[in-house]
Design a protein around this ligand. Structure first.
Ligand code: PAF
Length: 280
């Protein structure tokens, strides 16, 4: 399988594929691939002739106190996994290739970035939107695949694609979970055995919230309180946020109406995990 490290070579590769009449599916990742990423690659393989996967740990989306340095980078394993799931090419640029000396352009998506993770991680979505925009230029694909686990990220990217008229179709794929319901994430590997057990409380709480909504409870405050109780009954868990928002605008909802997302960010020990459920 081809591994390309230069933007220009990546663009030329895509150009050649297009000239030959092939469609391109693209999965941007930061590596440390797990079953969630592989499900995106498999989906892209079904829908496109060529599947490109980028592996780049993007410095601009990490805050100064965050885990940029310790973020796992098992490149050889990632290449093997991506290939086995059907990837045709890996784009693995260096930080200098993406952000050369003198770099000064950033993409800011508006309101939709301000709540949820945007409130707890200032500058995060500016970094995400910027790098995804650059990746879309490096890998001009027909379709790009993102996981629903990062729901706000997926919506931010959809908004950016719409606002900037980027010619790519954004596909959001379902969350892939471990047996106990924990959403798959590269950061799960930071958890020790005890924390790993506790981490299942996010999904437990989401299931209870869903059941409350099904039983026609409409006040989101009531639902959020119950979710908080479940999570906080766990000694290792510390809530960052629990929100119920409109699925389109991400505005907080007072009452359950239309399509909503129950979104959580919870520290288990030092590891910050996110999860969500779309209802309606
Ligand atoms: O979800 C991720 O892995 C990253 O935020 C992304 C979209 C690859 C941008 O760096």
């Amino acid at each position: 399988m081809k591994i390309i490290r230069k933007i220009k070579l990546m663009q030329e590769y895509v150009k050649r594929q297009r000239k030959a009449g092939r469609t391109i599916g693209f999965i941007p990742t930061m590596g440390a691939l797990h079953e969630g990423h592989l499900s995106l690659i498999r989906q892209a393989k079904k829908e496109n002739d060529i599947v490109a996967v980028s592996i780049f740990v993007n410095p601009t989306q990490f805050g100064p106190q965050e885990d940029f340095k310790k973020y796992p980078r098992p490149l050889a394993k990632d290449v093997r996994l991506a290939k086995s799931a059907g990837a045709s090419v890996i784009f693995n640029p260096s930080a200098d290739e993406m952000y050369p000396a003198g770099y000064q352009t950033f993409v800011e998506v508006g309101k939709i970035t301000q709540g949820l993770c945007g409130a707890s991680r200032p500058g995060h979505f500016r970094g995400v939107a910027t790098v995804v925009n650059k990746l879309f230029n490096a890998v001009p694909a027909d379709k790009a695949y993102f996981g629903q686990k990062d729901y706000q990220q997926a919506r931010v990217i959809q908004q950016m694609v719409k606002d900037l008229n980027i010619a790519v179709q954004v596909v959001i794929c379902p969350i892939i979970r471990e047996q106990d319901g924990l959403a798959m994430s590269s950061r799960n590997q930071y958890l020790n055995a005890e924390e790993r057990k506790s981490a299942a409380c996010l999904y437990e709480a989401l299931k209870v919230a869903k059941a409350m909504i099904k039983s026609k409870i409409k006040e989101t405050a009531k639902i959020k309180k119950e979710v908080r109780n479940i999570i906080e009954s766990n000694l290792l868990a510390k809530v960052d946020y629990i929100e119920i928002v409109d699925a389109e605008t991400l505005e907080p909802a007072k009452m359950i109406k239309g399509k909503v997302v129950i979104a959580l960010a919870v520290y288990i020990g030092k590891t910050r995990l996110i999860d969500n459920m779309v209802i309606g």
